[in-house]
Design a protein. Sequence first.
Length: 232
Amino acid sequence: MKNKFLSLILSICCMSLIFFDCSEDTISDSKTIVLDPSKYTVHNNIMTTVFWIGETADSSNAFIANDASAWDGKWKEHYGGIDDPDNRNGYYPKDFTPKENPFYFALPYNDIDTTGERKQNAFDIVFWASEKSWGQNESMCKNRWIKIIKGSKTAFAQWEDVGPFNIDDYNYVFGNEQPQNKFNNAGLDVSPAVKDFLGLTGLDSVSWQFVDFKDVSDGPWKNIITSSQIEY
């Protein structure tokens, strides 16, 4: 009788372990990806729009053209042409291979002011400001990387412009506040390549976080990496 009782207990324990393992598998297959906040701020549920190099000015973008960026007066020329979102060859424009990374984004902060000088508080705001000595014509923001998550998909992209609709929203970009933009409530602009990789619809909610280059996973965003700096 004692042996039968022990056998029953062992059977119940085994069944419990099996059930627990199945539960763990279910959790690991979840569509939710958790970002690590240990180094850089995590931004969740951020409205995101799509923009592109060479985009013409109209009412949808508050009549702001994208031939030039905040840091590059010849952005379209340096990229190689218009990054047409409707005519694609994979993650590239249909008619040419871009000279710079097609995985790019804009955030509403610029460490350089409208006179071309470094903002006085930039060194207190930008997370990585102390990692090197920055040249006079070198932005601390341009070319930095972020991780962007939509559902089960993760993309990486480089910071190549400033917006949407704000240039000094550091409490959002480097803090925990929501974007100040009230035009469409968006806090992030992404390129057609990012849109296509993540399956965005044009105005979507994503999570994003700054990452160091060593933490950028392999993917199509590493095929062409932008290294150019300020050129007006």
